[in-house]
Ligand binder design. Structure first.
Ligand SMILES: [Zn+2]
Length: 309
């Protein structure tokens, strides 16, 4: 009888513990270690790249399939050895995954940072080889060369990395200054490369304080409600504003999400005629990826960075 009672009490205690666990919010079990108020993972939003859509309501009729109050962070113009690692650490601390649109010439200079971006699970797209501020001012052939070399540099930087990291480079392209052209979008579309614009910017390329970057970003997001946000991982003011921006957005009920592509996106891009992504001989790239000679800068504004958007 006594044994039965003990067993019953234990059973009730066990049941009580189970019910207590079950009634806790799901996120409490998977809180972000560096930011317990935040979830441990970033929800993934998959973008179809077949036929190379142009996405982002600031410029195009279509955008990524984001729900209300979902915001996807994107960072342009890196990798930069002074600021990109800081940004990566802040994102990690808050369990945020983002998308990085990298410049080829910098990927070639700092391939280890590109591999770090990928190893930490972020998405990588490209942003040309040398960031001409308006590709429309180049001949079509030169503009295409800029885009192609951007993808090649990203593939080369990732070539020595494990397959899982190499797969973080997706058929995503962003025009410098968002200055697109119909012929170039058509050329990208034929290669199953999606053009990603945005819903809102952060004004972080302007000479404003980190607090002002945060204020304008939140204002811009609030005016649209959901979308793709452009920032720059080359700007110290962005690194300074980022942690507080993430916390405030989440407190205001926004969900930060990560852009990704449909699972066959890389294969689709590689299977296109005259492909931009997947064209590189991997073994060759792995051999030469770290020792590629630096090409001369073709865009002087890269040296100052201030005018880059
Ligand atoms: Zn840019």
């Amino acid at each position: 009888m006594g044994g039965f009672r003990v067993k019953s009490v234990l059973a009730i205690l066990a049941l009580g513990a189970m019910l207590a666990c079950a009634s806790l919010p799901a996120r409490a079990a998977e809180a972000c270690p560096g930011d317990p108020a935040a979830p441990a993972s970033t929800p993934i939003i998959r973008v179809g790249t077949k036929g190379g859509p142009a996405l982002g309501a600031m410029q195009y009729p279509q955008t990524a399939p984001l729900a209300a109050r979902q915001v996807a962070f994107t960072f342009d113009d890196g990798p930069n050895p002074d600021t990109t690692p800081l940004i990566l650490d802040i994102l990690d601390r808050h369990c945020v995954k983002a998308t990085f649109f990298i410049i080829g010439i910098y990927a070639e200079r700092h391939p280890e940072i590109v591999r770090d971006i990928a190893a930490r699970g972020h998405t990588i797209g490209t942003h040309t080889w040398s960031h001409p501020n308006n590709l429309r001012h180049l001949s079509l052939a030169n503009a295409q060369r800029e885009i192609r070399r951007g993808f090649e540099a990203a593939e080369k930087a990732l070539a020595p990395a494990p397959e899982e990291s190499r797969a973080r480079l997706l058929p995503f392209f962003r025009f410098p200054g968002l200055n697109d052209s119909k012929p170039l979008i058509g050329w990208l579309s034929a290669r199953n490369i999606a053009t990603l614009s945005c819903e809102f910017g952060s004004d972080d390329w302007r000479q404003i304080s980190p607090a002002e970057v945060k204020r304008r970003t939140i204002r811009n997001i609030a005016s649209v409600g959901r979308g793709i946000l452009i920032m720059h991982d080359t700007k110290p003011r962005t690194a300074e504003a980022l942690s507080s921006l993430i916390v405030t957005l989440r407190r205001q009920g926004y969900e930060i999400v990560q852009l990704d592509a449909a699972v066959d996106a890389r294969a689709l891009a590689a299977a296109a005629p005259d492909p931009l992504l997947g064209a590189l001989n991997h073994a060759e790239a792995a051999r030469t990826g770290q020792s590629a000679a630096l090409a001369p800068l073709t865009n002087p504004s890269l040296e100052t960075g201030e005018s880059l958007r």
